[in-house]
Structures are given as C-alpha cells and as structure tokens.
Design a protein around this ligand. Structure first.
Ligand code: ACO
Length: 412
C-alpha cells in the first residue's frame, strides 16, 4: 500500500447544544480524547494537528493561536499545529489538510479537530459570528444581487416582519425562492426535510433536538424568512468533533480493525456562475471529482451527510451530489427516499437542522456519523450494510453559491 492511501483511524464528538458551562478547551478535550482512545493512539503519537474554528474569536476573544492554546492545555504540544478557518467548512478543510499531510508522507498520524461555541447570552454576539463571515468589502452589492434572485415572489402574511436571524437564512431563503420559481419546489417539501431530520435525530443521543416534528408542525412554525420557518433553519449550537487521520505506515501503530478508508477529500471554492446554472454549482463539481477519484458513483453511496444549514440547502445538495436530477430534490425528499430505510438516507444524524450546527465542528461531525455508520455502530439509526458514505460541508457565500465546499468520501 502506498502512502497516499489514507484512513480515519478514530473519531470523537461532544453533544451539540447550547453549552454555556463549557469552554472551547473543555469541548476540544472531550472530542480529542475520545478520538485518540478510539484510534488506540496516545497524544505523543500525533505528528501534526489541524485545528478548525470559525467563531471562537467573536465569542471567547481568542482570535489567534486558538489551536495551540486549546491543544497544549491537554498535553498536545511541540508538533506542528495549524489553525484553519474556512467558515462553516472549517473542520472538513482541517480534515483535507490532515489527509494531504499524511498522504504526502510528511508524517503518518495527524489530528483534525473542529470546535465552535456560538451561544452567548448576548444574542448579538452570536449573530456577529455570521455577519463576520460575510464579505464586508462588497456586502451590500452582493446582498442586493442575492436578494433579487426571484423578485416577483411575494412572501405570504407573517413573513413580512421577521425577527432577528443570521444573514445566511435570508440568503438561503432567496436561493430557495429561485428554486421554487424554476422547478416548482414547494414549502411543504422543505417541511418534509425538516420533519425527516427531526425524526432521524430522535435516534441520536448527542443531537441538539431529539423530539419528532411533523410536516404540518414544520409548516406552522414561526416564520423566519420566506419560505423558511424556524425548524427549517439550523440552530445556534456549541460543540466539537475530532478525527485521527493516518496513512498505511501510521495504521500499523494504531487500532487497525476500526479504521475506515478515506477515498477522497475534495476542496473547492466558488466561481461566478449564473444563479440558474446548477450544473456548475461548486458542490456538484467537487462531488464529481470525489466520485472520480474514488472510482464510484452516487448509486454506490449507502448514505450521505449534507450541509442542511437550511432545509433548502439539503434539497440543493441532494441534487448536487447526483442523487436525482436538478429540480427533483424536493419531490425526492417528499417521497421518503432520503429517510432512514429509503434508497439513499440523507442526514441520518439529524443534520445541521436537528443535530445542531456549531459551525467549526460540523464537517467533522459529518465524518463522525459516516465512520459510525460504516462501522455498523449507529444503533437505531443504522443504515444496514453501509459500504460507502459521502459528506458535503459548505461555508460562507461568494457570488450566488457557497464560498467553499469540501466533499469527503469514506468507505470500506
Ligand atoms: C453556510 C452556513 O452554514 S450558514 C449557516 C450558519 N448558521 C446560521 O446562520 C444560524 C441560523 N440560525 C438562526 O439565525 C437562529 O438560530 C434562528 C433564526 C433560526 C432562531 O433564532 P432565535 O429565535 O433567536 O433562536 P433561539 O436560540 O432564541 O431559540 C428560540 C426557540 O426556538 C428553538 N429553535 C431554535 N432553532 C431551532 C431549530 N432550528 N429547530 C427547532 N427549534 C429551534 C429553540 O430551541 C428555542 O426554543 P425554546 O424557547 O423552547 O427554548
């Protein structure tokens, strides 16, 4: 086996929720200790670490060297530690860097960890994290363009005077309106996504929300930004997730039997595509590259974890990953095909909508779910016979699409 075959040897995760009593250091220690134990590795066995956070500066004021500080507090020091910020795709980007590190042979065993605390008693600070992810140099022009994607859609009563929310909910809402106008996607289909992900996370003891929700309840919930209601939007969450990444040499020193192969990790940034050219969406292009590298296709996937920062985003990513034709994501969600037991279960963890979305930890949480499923250890939410799994983790916005996406494809 050559060095460029890489593996996830261990994973760890905290509960995702508002956790005012826990610091970033507490969350990191919890997730990293689990990942080390899972891999059969001690801290001294790590040769490098990539530390992802997007909001720690805003909430805890640690704007620089966050990784060095948090990891040294648990005895991981004296090795290369690199801080990674790529908005909501920060921790899949950390995984990408760890994968390249061990694939290059620079070292054999590497840590990727992602963490964020978004909750603050002062709500304005939580929302400032999202405002900070926006391109401040061109914000008003970009925002005006994004908000005008489907100008003739008039929000129904209740949606005209919405309360405070992250700027991203308005952006996704505008993209959803364009999709509705172009393909006939309905608000009920978005509600089906929210209800499905809530149903999934009733089986996930680490999820932020563990109660079921019906489609009608999702439709009747508090309006946020037309067509999105509250449960169609990711919540404010705190949490951390970690993975131990290694090459074949490193695997000889670890718990080999539990390792899952990392077939592809593809990072890509936005282009200036026209809004209705879904076939040039960065996630679609990155997914095609990942499938090609892995020598598989969407039909081979047993499950997917996608970046459902809103219910609309899941529909878009279902299409981008090739599980259906462009425009068919809404009907597919409504058909039950993306539910546990369906032909391609999506977000069996509960997804960002219901497992939670501490942005710098989300990409590695998706990896945690995929590894758990591929090992057959997901309990009541297990996808039977899981063999390949794919995750899409997006971050920020630039033009009419996410500023960055990272696709991770794992399998046996
Ligand atoms: C590329 C990207 O990933 S961009 C996405 C990055 N993430 C974001 O932008 C975060 C988006 N979320 C938000 O803006 C906000 O959380 C909102 C608008 C959805 C809700 O805002 P608020 O009403 O201020 O939320 P708050 O946290 O106070 O919760 C109010 C209630 O709604 C509930 N709630 C909040 N979000 C959700 C949700 N997604 N689903 C179900 N219930 C929810 C809370 O549990 C709480 O219930 P309680 O009163 O019984 O305790």
């Amino acid at each position: 086996m050559s060095n460029d075959t890489t593996y996830i040897a261990g994973v760890g995760i905290t509960r995702f929720d508002k956790q005012p009593g826990k610091s970033v250091k507490d969350l990191v220690r919890d997730a990293v200790s689990q990942a080390l134990a899972d891999a059969g590795c001690d801290a001294a066995g790590l040769q490098a670490a990539y530390f992802a956070t997007a909001g720690q500066g805003s909430i805890e004021g640690q704007y620089m060297v966050a990784g060095q500080v948090a990891l040294k507090a648990m005895g991981i020091a004296g090795i290369p530690v690199t801080n990674v910020e790529n908005a909501c795709a920060s921790s899949s980007t950390a995984l990408n860097a760890a994968h390249l590190y061990v694939a290059s042979g620079a070292g054999d065993i590497c840590l990727a960890v992602g963490v964020d605390k978004l909750y603050s008693e002062d709500k304005a600070r939580s929302f400032a994290v999202f405002d900070g992810a926006w391109d401040v140099h061109d914000a008003s022009a970009q925002m005006a363009r994004l908000m005008a994607l489907a100008p003739d859609v008039t929000p129904p009563p209740g949606f005209e005077e919405p309360g405070k929310r992250s700027v991203f909910m308005d952006i996704y809402a505008s993209l959803a309106r364009l999709h509705m106008k172009t393909f006939g996607t309905t608000q009920r289909q978005l509600a089906a996504v929210a209800a499905k992900n809530h149903m999934h996370s009733t089986h996930n003891p680490l999820a932020q929300f563990q109660y079921p929700l019906t489609v009608d309840e999702a439709l009747a919930a508090r309006p946020v930004s037309w067509p999105l209601t509250l449960p169609m939007c990711a919540p404010i969450s705190d949490g951390a997730a970690a993975a131990i990444v290694c090459n074949a040499q490193g695997l000889k020193r670890l718990a080999r039997a539990r390792a899952v192969r990392l077939y592809a990790s593809v990072l890509r940034t936005a282009t200036d595509r026209p809004a209705d050219r879904y076939d040039r969406h960065l996630c679609h292009l990155a997914a095609l590259e990942a499938y090609e590298r892995a020598g598989v296709g969407p039909q081979d996937m047993s499950l997917a974890e996608v970046h459902d920062a809103t219910a609309f985003a899941e529909i878009q990513q279902t299409e981008a990953l090739g599980f259906c034709a462009f425009g068919e994501g809404g009907p597919m969600a409504e058909s039950g095909a993306t539910s546990l037991g369906g032909s391609i279960p999506i977000n069996v963890s509960g997804g960002l909508l219901s497992r939670g979305h501490p942005i710098g930890a989300t990409g590695l949480a998706q990896v945690h779910e995929m590894v758990t499923q591929l090992r057959g250890e997901a309990g009541a939410r297990q996808v039977e016979g899981a063999r390949f799994a794919i995750a899409e983790n997006g971050g920020g916005f630039n033009g009419v699409e996410e500023a960055v996406t990272c696709i991770t494809l794992l399998g046996h």
